[in-house]
Design a protein around this ligand. Sequence first.
Ligand code: ZN
Length: 372
Amino acid sequence: MNRTYTAQDIIREFEKWSPKGLAFEWDNVGLQVGTLNKQVKNIMVTLDVLENVVDEAIEKEVDLIIAHHPLLFVKLNQINLDTPKGRIVQKLIKNDITVYAAHTNLDIAKGGVNDVMAELIGVTSSRPLIETGSDSLVKLTVFVPVNHADELRNAISEAGAGHIGNYSHCTYQLSGQGTFKPEEGTNPYLGEQGKLEIVDEKRIETIVPKSRLSGVLKAMEEAHPYEEVAYDVYPLLNEGEPVGAGRVGELKNPMVLRELVELIKREYSVPHVRVSGNMDKKVKKVALLGGSGEKYIHKAKRSGADVYITGDMTFHMTQDAMEMGLSLIDPGHHVEKVVCPKVKQYLEETCNKERDLNIFVSEANTEPFTVV
Ligand SMILES: [Zn+2]
């Protein structure tokens, strides 16, 4: 029998990667139109929700659209069906298509827009260009019967517990004895109702970024044999990893600006870019920010970057960057589309192991510019 999914199931999984709480305060992420309380089969991933995207969704009988740019961003005072926006909302509702947006949360998320852009051009060990906070850490302690300890330790580690620097699967364990007495109405894995049990158990402790905690607890409960799992979660004062928008890192293979331009055109699949700076200058340290990042040119300069890659650069800001000696590459705003295949891949791996869902990237073109 095929498994069925609600839009809520998909979004719950998606938000483990890109929680809404990561978004900037001014943003409007999450449900845009429709409901998450319905079954889904066809899921379309897109950068934008323009009318051609909605038409494609109708044709392909899409149940859920996951978009990067929010459909509703500027406050609507009316839904006028004689305007493009009104028509889009009408078509979506008439065809029972739900739209969900992950915008700055997906820019900031590890492995999101900015990390994909960095990875594609070989920028390694990057950190955020604009720090927005840090992923606080918690300590998880769980008590498990000895014969299930290995399985449980592995499950929570795979779900994101126990990362310290470049080490994974970091845990500590002690042996001891647990006691419990199953009361009426229980169905104990061990022992019998009304009788005190003493069981050889391991106490496993590890560190978990708060953003991964719900996934880790779910994995823990699945790998644990008991009906009621005994565990504790403690807040910690340890500093977590910084999180934020944009990235600063170093090119694995330093090159001259001209070569980086060609690499970007190839890897981001753009026919042209706008460049400011000496094309023969060697570049090693790179700052980048998908979308519109011109207001961060000073941050990019202060980060020590040789070049800043961002979209929507305007005349005077580009001149300012030039005077500061910061090279610029503007590949356009639309390059953020590089995240779409990654979203599809993530959902395939987390929600679609049995291939019950049809997940695809929109083919509609939403790039407004043509270069002639
Ligand atoms: Zn954008």
